[in-house]
Design a protein around this ligand. Structure first.
Ligand code: GDP
Ligand code: MN
Length: 417
């Protein structure tokens, strides 16, 4: 069930392609430009630069303590040693030296971790004062069930929200916001009230919530996750962390955001595939698949699972499955060393099956030397019989199928052999 949900999420991501993540420092700069109060900081590529950033922060904010924070697209950095407090410029230098270049492993990365290229040097905002500091959780996202926007918030900030959801779900509150009216003043007050605030902190929180919601709306984001939102000891409310995901579909309205994309953070095979106009998502399995159409791709991944395999990828070649595209798709699938077989499942509706078959044969011939695994091709639709003949007569190590079950059986056989 969970697998299934995951696959559906993949398909939704691909169909809607709602995924451009920002680094924390970029997210905070964006929030700040919309009037959201943030923990101020500057980004550095090396330890010397980090020290310069710290000096500038002292000038502009008066702070003499700093936090050095690894900038990677993954949460839980604190737990992995990617967020550290520095109480002097020397410490800023040595901590930056440790963090930049490290492979940061967090609960949200793979076991190999993520290489850190840069750090955010930020002012320390946990200074002692008249009252205690408190950490809250707050996110803004789309509520797909109601078609409204939603603010999700909790007093249990600073920790992993999934754990809060599991163990103390009553401590997570949500508020639905009609996008046509935007956030209403009473809604912002309700958030501040439920977070147990009063006095100045209450007022500051209502301002924070309104500006955060407006930033989400105006930037056409699909997710803001601020964990923690901090109440400082002098009752200011600010964003200490920022996970921002921008809706790709609205990027045409925000051309300046395009420059914020950091390809180093993305899967290199996915980047290459996307450049070639292919919808590709890398998965953990052993059977590569090449399909036209997201729905058929989903069905094909199910088919692979039922045959005892695991899909190694999601790949939608789209409408034009000509030799060139098929070859690019083969090359991309083959870059994944865990692929033990490839299943091509193409429906020839607009594109005729015999042309696709010829495309596959041509692509195969062009790259014969790099293909060392069995390929099963199922072509169904216009001229499917002719297509099967082209494959069968090609003399290549490609097995053809017309029916779905037949393809499944063949996948099972090659995996067993
Ligand atoms: P994450 O671990 O990737 O979610 O990174 P965060 O930006 O949320 O930082 C992790 C933790 O570092 C926070 O929950 C805080 O406890 C701590 N932290 C962040 N900024 C400061 C700061 O200015 N001073 C101190 N003392 N701790 C901080
Ligand atoms: Mn965080």
């Amino acid at each position: 069930m969970l697998k299934r949900l995951r696959l559906i999420t993949f398909a939704l991501l691909i169909i809607n392609s709602i995924k451009m993540n920002l680094h924390e420092y970029q997210g905070k700069e964006m929030l700040s430009s919309f009037g959201v109060r943030i923990q101020r900081g500057l980004v550095a590529q090396n330890p010397e630069e980090a020290v310069e950033c710290a000096k500038k922060l002292t000038e502009s904010t008066g702070t003499s303590w700093f936090v050095v924070k690894a900038q990677v697209h993954a949460g839980g950095r604190g737990k992995g040693g990617g967020v550290k407090l520095a109480k002097s410029l020397d410490e800023v230098k040595s901590i930056s030296n440790d963090i930049i270049g490290m492979n940061l492993v967090t609960p949200q990365t793979s076991a190999e971790g993520k290489k850190v290229h840069q750090v955010l040097v930020a002012e320390d905002v946990y200074y002692p004062g008249e009252s205690e500091t408190s950490e809250f959780y707050m996110s803004v996202l789309l509520n797909r069930a109601t078609g409204n926007n939603m603010i999700m918030y909790s007093t249990e900030g600073g920790m992993d929200i999934e754990t809060v959801a599991e163990e103390t779900p009553h401590l997570i509150h949500t508020i639905d916001i009609d996008p046509s009216t935007g956030i209403l003043p009473f809604q912002a007050r309700q958030v501040a009230f439920n977070l147990g605030l009063s006095g100045l902190a209450f007022k500051e929180m209502t301002k924070f919530v309104v500006s955060l919601y407006n930033a989400y709306d105006k930037s056409d984001s699909s997710l803001f996750e601020i964990n923690p939102v901090l109440k400082t000891s002098d009752n200011k409310i600010l964003a200490v962390d920022a996970k921002v995901t921008i809706d790709d579909n609205a990027l045409f309205r925000h051309k300046d955001y395009l420059a914020l994309r950091d390809f180093r953070e993305e899967n290199p095979i996915e980047v290459e595939a996307n450049k070639a106009g292919l919808n590709y998502v890398d998965l953990d399995g052993n059977v590569g698949c090449m399909v036209n159409g997201a729905g058929l791709a989903m069905a094909t991944m199910d088919l692979i699972k039922q045959s005892g395999g695991e899909p190694a990828n999601f790949l939608d070649v789209g409408g034009t499955a000509d030799a060139e595209r098929v070859e690019i798709a083969f090359r991309i699938i083959l870059r994944d060393p865990s692929v033990k077989a490839i299943l091509v499942n193409i429906f020839g509706g607009i594109v005729r099956c015999d042309r696709v078959a010829q495309g596959i044969v041509d692509a195969y011939n062009n790259m014969k030397d790099s293909i060392h695994i069995p390929i099963i091709v199922r072509l169904q639709g216009t001229n499917a019989d002719l297509a099967k003949k082209i494959i069968d007569n090609s003399g290549l190590d490609v097995q053809s199928a017309v029916e779905f079950e037949e393809a499944a059986q063949k996948v099972k056989e090659v995996l067993a052999s």
